[in-house]
Design a protein around this ligand. Sequence first.
Ligand SMILES: NC(=O)C1=CN([C@@H]2O[C@H](COP(=O)(O)OP(=O)(O)OC[C@H]3O[C@@H](n4cnc5c(N)ncnc54)[C@H](OP(=O)(O)O)[C@@H]3O)[C@@H](O)[C@H]2O)C=CC1
Ligand SMILES: CCCCCCCCCCCCCCCC(=O)[C@@H](N)CO
Length: 242
Amino acid sequence: LLTPKRTKNIDKKHVVITGGSSGIGRCVAILAARKGANVTIIARNLEKLSKAEKEIKEACIYKDQIISSVSVDVSNQQSIQKEITKLEESVGPIYMLVNCAGMAICGKVEDFDEEGVKTLINVNYLGTLYPIQSVIPKFKERQDGIIVLTGSQVSLMGMFGYSIYASCKFALRGLAESIYMELKPYNISVTLALPPDTDTPGFEIENKTKPQETKLISEAGGLVQPETVAEKLLQDALVIIF
Ligand SMILES: NC(=O)C1=CN([C@@H]2O[C@H](COP(=O)(O)OP(=O)(O)OC[C@H]3O[C@@H](n4cnc5c(N)ncnc54)[C@H](OP(=O)(O)O)[C@@H]3O)[C@@H](O)[C@H]2O)C=CC1
Ligand SMILES: CCCCCCCCCCCCCCCC(=O)[C@@H](N)CO
């Protein structure tokens, strides 16, 4: 207890961040660049990607740090697999995968149509599962790697207005706990981040569909800044426990 916490180093390491063009993922990417990592961000919209890429480059501490972006839908297993393989060759071995791509739609359960349900399952659950599946073989070969999944406070507790979203975030907890056991013998760490409401572009959009009841309950949890969440996420993922 009295010894200072030891942490893993991402200096010169390749860190891939899905959802790295906005909100929490963007802040994680900037922090990783400040720590000397070669950072790749993944998202769909090209304009947001190139804007974020510039900001990440400004945060670099070395002249030769490699910052790149890839436009791909994380919920397409074939495409994400292909892009991860390409990145291993072009930028270098991936050391850390941070899954931040995700979104919330709020509403009463009976009001969701098929499209809304599938959108949430695709991006939040499958969009985290597929990138993880893609990096594991190489991580196992190298007996090294760090995987972060972004859940939510509603990964642990359901809440009015979050039925579909919370189900997806609960699923991520099941995934994280299971692969934690599968990957431990290979020296691959798994961290599930559980942020509270965070002041991001995604949060602003989500508020448009948020029932009054959800807003009132959520007030008890407060609102934090994405920089704070990103810092805590990295700290938790990089700490050496044993
Ligand atoms: N903000 C909050 O209150 C909280 C958020 N979280 C979780 O944190 C994560 C980030 O949230 P936040 O920062 O608010 O979100 P933002 O909406 O600000 O950013 C989401 C990012 O994910 C990308 N993305 C979305 N869908 C896809 C897709 N199908 N394929 C690839 N990239 C995609 C977006 O880019 P593009 O659209 O261009 O693809 C964007 O870069 C999410 O998993 C969210 O559930 C958890 C707790 C609280
Ligand atoms: C003693 C018991 C007290 C209970 C207080 C309950 C307060 C909980 C607030 C939870 C806020 C919702 C977090 C979801 C964040 C999220 O994932 C979305 N914003 C996604 O963008």
